[in-house]
Design a protein around this ligand. Structure first.
Ligand code: ADP
Length: 496
């Protein structure tokens, strides 16, 4: 099978790389395997890409190790930064292509895909700025010693990313790793391999030395597991389901105790107090659950509304939900495209059926949208109780539940009643309520009077079963550096 193919999307025609990107070259897998990626809007195959197996992971890890100990070690921090900045520029130059690939392969609306490309470029440029600002300390312990710390790269980093933000997760992972002097073997999700491969082409164009960034397409149980079990990978960073996150941690424990960071699931509460600006709150609640078709680990899927505004809220929220246009990702007024795959579609529909059976009421939605493509109607459940599956488990689709609360204490109790702790939001015009409730919520991010507004300059990650460690901001660099203490003795020999 070829290593490149011309692809025509409704907005652009471009050359799609299909190979595994190792040592700055696109190559076939050792076993010669390939797999198809499907367009979720029409359920038809787009193209087949080469598949990495354990043997290819080995080759990529060797390439990354060689680069780490050779050319990358010799590259100055400011040149690392310059390369990341150049890569960010290339992302912006090719925004129309990258966005079209995301819409085609993932199903997200083109305007949202463009937002992802800009955020990816912003993230890469931000970490480009960090590359020459990673510093240790000198510590005055004793006049006879010079003691200092060095923040050194962890080494070869395995990175496993999901399909919901294919390009953005690529940038979140690669930016801090490379800025801190690590090398990378990144596996894209099997549902969405295309944008990561196109970005790999830009890696080469930006001038990164061979072996610093290696991109593999492949399956979780094969290439993903090979990464998490690998004896020569020093760290693994994973974004995906909590179930797989556990297996990554186990694999690290069973192999070489590689460092692990995990960004996992969520069941985030979005709390509306009676003094909230109701128009703004409804707009953010809508965006909180339906953005990216609910396929966000931080989706505001549990909406908690004060009893005094509950009826009014429901009426307005239903109206707002029905105004979201579901359809072709390439049409300019589309807000919600298809779910990414048949499997996801079936999972979500399964939760909807479960909700109906358990006695919850469907206020709107609750069914497939259209008859082709993995489209689901935006769905609101009311009359739920705290123990229902649809209230406790991550659905990862355009489905939310609305619950009533009577006072602040009850809102906090319900909000925190989850095994997850990725995000939460509070809508209120009262600053004291905002601060008190934000402090009481057990979540890695709390938004006040907004939702989903992640910024690459500020950390993101989960409490409880939502993960380990933080991505983004300066905090992400902590996961990509080992701290070494050096103590130099300046005095006479002590023991002899
Ligand atoms: P989802 O259920 O939403 O598809 P997953 O957690 O299964 O999310 O997938 C996220 C990423 O993890 C993908 O790149 C996938 O290939 C990978 N993955 C899945 N299973 C494993 C595994 N057992 N080991 C390592 N990676 C895996």
């Amino acid at each position: 099978m070829a290593l490149v193919q011309e692809i025509t999307t409704p907005t652009v025609k471009y050359e799609q790389p299909l190979g595994l990107f190792i040592n700055n070259e696109f190559v076939k897998g050792v076993d010669g395997k390939t797999f198809e990626t499907i367009n979720p809007a029409d359920e038809k195959p787009i193209v087949a890409v080469h598949e990495a197996t354990e043997k290819d992971v080995d080759i990529a890890v060797k390439a990354a190790r060689t680069a780490l100990e050779g050319v990358w070690k010799e590259t100055t921090p400011s040149n690392r930064g310059r390369l990341l900045t150049k890569l960010a520029d290339l992302f912006e130059r090719d925004i129309d292509i990258l966005a079209a690939i995301e819409s085609l392969d993932n199903g997200k609306p083109l305007s949202q895909a463009k937002g992802d490309v800009l955020n990816s470029a912003g993230c890469l440029r931000y970490y480009g700025g960090w590359a020459d600002k990673i510093v240790g300390q000198t510590i005055d312990t004793d006049p006879n010693y010079l003691t200092y710390t060095r923040h050194e790269p962890v080494g070869v980093c395995g990175q496993i990313i999901p399909w919901n933000f294919p390009l953005l997760m690529w940038a979140w992972k690669i930016g801090p790793a490379v800025a801190a002097g690590n090398t990378v073997v990144l596996k894209t999700a099997e549902q969405t391999p295309l944008s990561g491969l196109y970005a790999a082409k830009l890696v080469k164009e930006a001038g990164f030395p061979p072996g610093v960034i290696n991109i593999l397409s492949g399956f979780g149980k094969v290439a993903g597991a090979a990464i998490s079990h690998h004896m020569d990978i020093d760290k693994v960073a994973f974004t995906g389901s909590t179930l797989v996150g556990r297996s990554i941690l186990q694999a690290a424990a069973k192999s070489n105790l590689k460092k692990v960071t995990l960004e996992l699931g969520g069941k985030s509460p979005n709390i509306v107090f009676p003094d909230a600006n109701i128009d703004n709150a409804i707009s953010w609640v809508n965006f909180g659950i339906y953005f990216n078709h609910g396929q966000c680990c931080c989706a505001g899927s549990r909406i908690l509304v004060h009893e005094s505004i509950y009826d009014k809220f429901l009426e307005r929220f239903k109206e707002r939900t029905l105004a979201n246009k579901v359809g072709n990702p390439f049409e300019s007024d589309t807000f919600q495209g298809p779910q990414v795959s048949q499997l996801q579609f079936d999972r979500i529909m399964g939760y909807i059926e479960d909700g109906k059976k358990s006695g919850a009421k469907v206020l709107t939605g609750g069914a497939r949208h259209g008859d082709k493509g993995y489209f689901i109607q935006p769905t609101i459940f009311t009359d739920v109780n705290e123990n229902m599956k649809i209230v406790q488990e991550e659905i990862f689709g355009p489905v939310c539940t609305v619950q009533k609360f009577k006072d602040e204490e009850e809102a906090i109790r319900i909000a925190n009643k989850t095994v997850y702790g990725l995000a939460a939001a509070v809508h209120t015009e009262n600053i004291n309520t905002a601060i008190r409730v934000s402090n009481a919520l057990r979540a890695g991010t709390v938004w006040v009077n907004n939702y989903n507004m992640i910024h690459y300059q500020s950390p993101f990650g989960g409490y409880k079963e939502s993960g380990l460690g933080r991505e983004l901001g300066s905090y992400a660099l902590e996961n990509y550096t080992e701290v070494k203490t050096v103590r130099i003795y300046l005095g006479e020999a002590l023991f002899g």
